[in-house]
Design a protein around this ligand. Structure first.
Ligand SMILES: [Zn+2]
Length: 113
């Protein structure tokens, strides 16, 4: 399961970083996830909850911000949000499109004490 291994890496990264920020406990972790990654937020939340049990992240809240898929049409120069990925440019219908955003999978911040 894709989400489970992501949850695992989030726990690893944050746990390793905690001493650098003098944290003994983390209240929340904010993630930014692009829609193109096809990660299911619910599955990720569930995986995180399971894997964080009995670690120093037990009880930490995972906040997920989803990023819409945005494209730039190389034919007409239009920037747009994909309503229903994957599709062509809504202006001219061409499919020569560069993805501007939507691939994100990153930890924005984490807070604790
Ligand atoms: Zn276009």
């Amino acid at each position: 399961m894709h989400e489970l291994s992501i949850a695992q890496s989030i726990i690893k990264i944050v746990t390793q970083d905690m001493p650098k920020h003098n944290l003994t406990k983390v209240d929340s972790i904010t993630l930014r996830i692009g829609e193109i990654t096809q990660i299911m937020p619910d599955a990720l939340l569930f995986g995180f909850e399971c894997l964080s049990k009995d670690t120093s992240l037990d009880g930490t809240k995972l906040i997920i911000e989803t990023v819409p898929v945005k494209g730039h049409c190389k034919t007409c120069g239009q920037d747009f949000v994909f309503e229903d990925w994957p599709h062509g440019c809504p202006e001219c219908g061409q499919t020569d499109i560069r993805i501007i955003s939507g691939r994100e999978l990153e930890i924005v911040e984490f807070e604790g004490s």
